[in-house]
Design a protein around this ligand. Structure first.
Ligand SMILES: [Cu+2]
Length: 484
């Protein structure tokens, strides 16, 4: 099914542009408003945003929390009054949140109750190779597999999702994703908002057919933004500070989220907290598929009854039209002893790098489009990079699709096993979204990013790839082996 439109190659600027230099922007008519199911539309902000439930461990020992989670089909009400067939972790379109603690091990046994093979990748996790969800290590129908997560890494907003070879895009698109939050040992002492005031929010796009079923087809037709699995919901908030952890769980689309005039401090990115909060009030948050941003948003200046909106900018038509995503409805006052200290978690230093590598991501567009890294599609039997355990390396990653017959093509870059630092982009300073520890970064057409990482602890084979999952499904993925 590797049609060019399916891969987001046609009108790519319109589909994935984030105000980045992608060349000619495809125009086209605005997409029709969403109108599905009996009684639809109910209008925006008519349904409440769910917060994914926290998964309860089935057992605890001195140093380990043990979980079980089923992978199963479920019919869910993503749109008002319509049942949509979904693939789920534990029955939720955003699966249950696993809340882990730094230094305390988590074991999760996933049981596959689907009629097809699946697996699970902990995105951003520093985990043993046989627990990383290698695309060829699958859980067959009826089978189960136990994944071990040591959580020996700083507290961070991670997420888990399917990574089964050639099927990851469709599986994630149909629902196989959830949050995995590690609380750092240092975190409680900062006094950040916790518990009901610490809210993970997954934002993504989707297309529905007239019967309300998900269509995994032309990305340009994905005209519904889902927020924790609901279209344009509202979220009741108290007039106080909230920690909001935003994830772009789209398979392809780049988001550009904006909180308007609400006071927003960025406190973290993919791999955990920043050294100090950054005032991002009024700024856009461009998020590639898979990226996260950790924020403290302050509603205390709003009276009870006030409304504020999270919006997405210009993603459907290539213009700068603002799309409502989520409404915050202030419905009560609440005491607030949380705070955002001026100093948060120091970043690890940047040791000298002995090894430099160069990678180029591109498509072979002759015939069936094939994703390539350094000219080769993914081959599970081939190791593309051998890396000494403990080594610090600098990788220059380039998007080679500046001028294809379909125009410029957007990519992103995701590295498994480790968090990296962005050193620069085309010799210029990193973007605001590159700050801190990162595992996923956007890679605009024709540009390069230099990243640095240290490959500690674990041996074995891991992936790196474009995190536009239709692109990795089409082969834009490489394999590294960490060796002694
Ligand atoms: Cu790509």
């Amino acid at each position: 099914m590797y049609r060019r439109r399916f891969l987001g190659l046609a009108g790519i600027a319109a589909v994935t542009g984030v105000g980045l230099p992608v060349g000619a922007m495809a125009g086209g008519d605005p997409l029709p408003p969403v109108r599905i199911g009996p009684g639809a539309p109910k209008g925006p902000f008519s349904v409440r945003m769910p917060v994914p439930p926290t998964l309860r461990p089935v057992a605890r020992t001195d140093d380990t929390d043990v979980y079980r989670l089923d992978v199963l089909a479920a019919d869910l009400e993503l749109l008002p009054g319509v049942r949509t067939s979904c693939l789920t972790y534990g029955g939720g379109f955003v699966g249950p949140t696993i809340r882990a603690r730094e230094g305390r091990r988590v074991l999760v046994t996933y049981r596959n109750r689907l009629p097809e093979a699946v697996n699970v990748h902990l995105h951003g996790g520093h985990v043993p190779a046989d627990s990383d969800g290698h695309p060829m290590q699958l859980i067959d129908p009826g089978g189960q597999r136990r994944y071990e997560y040591p959580n020996r890494q700083p507290g961070a907003t991670l997420w888990y999702h399917d990574h089964s070879h050639h099927a990851e895009a469709e599986h994630v698109y149909r629902g196989l994703h959830g949050f995995y939050l590690i609380e750092g040992e240092d975190e409680r002492r900062y006094g950040l908002p916790t518990d009901e005031y610490d809210v993970p929010i997954a934002v993504r796009d989707a297309e529905f057919d007239s019967a309300g079923q998900l269509v995994h087809g032309d990305p340009a037709k994905r005209n519904v933004i889902l927020v924790n699995g609901r279209h344009q919901p509202y979220f009741p908030v108290a007039a106080r500070k909230y920690r909001l952890r935003l994830l772009n769980s789209s398979t392809l689309r780049f988001l550009k989220l904006n909180f308007g005039s609400l006071p927003v401090l960025q406190i973290g990115s993919d791999g955990g907290l920043l050294p100090a909060p950054v005032d991002r009030t009024g700024t856009d948050f461009p998020l590639a598929a898979g990226e996260r941003v950790d924020l403290v948003v302050d509603f205390s200046g709003l009276p009870v009854g006030a409304r504020a909106e999270l919006t997405n900018q210009g993603q459907y038509t290539g213009d700068d039209r603002v799309e409502p995503v989520l409404r915050f409805a202030v419905d009560r006052r609440a005491s607030d002893r949380s705070r955002v200290p001026a100093v948060l978690r120091p970043l690890p230093g940047l040791p000298p790098a002995a090894v430099h590598r160069e990678l180029t991501l591109s498509f072979d567009l002759n015939g069936t489009p094939t994703g390539l890294v350094n000219g080769l599609p993914f081959d599970p039997d081939r190791v593309d990079q051998r890396i000494r355990r403990g080594a610090t390396e600098i990788w220059t990653v380039t998007n080679g699709d500046r001028a294809t017959k379909y125009g410029p093509i957007q990519h992103s870059f995701h590295l498994h096993l480790v968090q990296f630092r962005v050193l620069d982009r085309d010799g210029r300073p990193p973007l605001p979204g590159d700050a801190g520890l990162k595992d996923t970064v956007p890679l605009p057409p024709g540009t390069s990013v230099r990243i640095q990482a240290t490959f500690t602890d674990h041996l074995g084979r891991y992936m790196y790839h474009c995190h536009m999952l239709e692109h990795s499904s089409a082969g834009m993925m490489g394999q590294m082996e960490i060796v002694d």
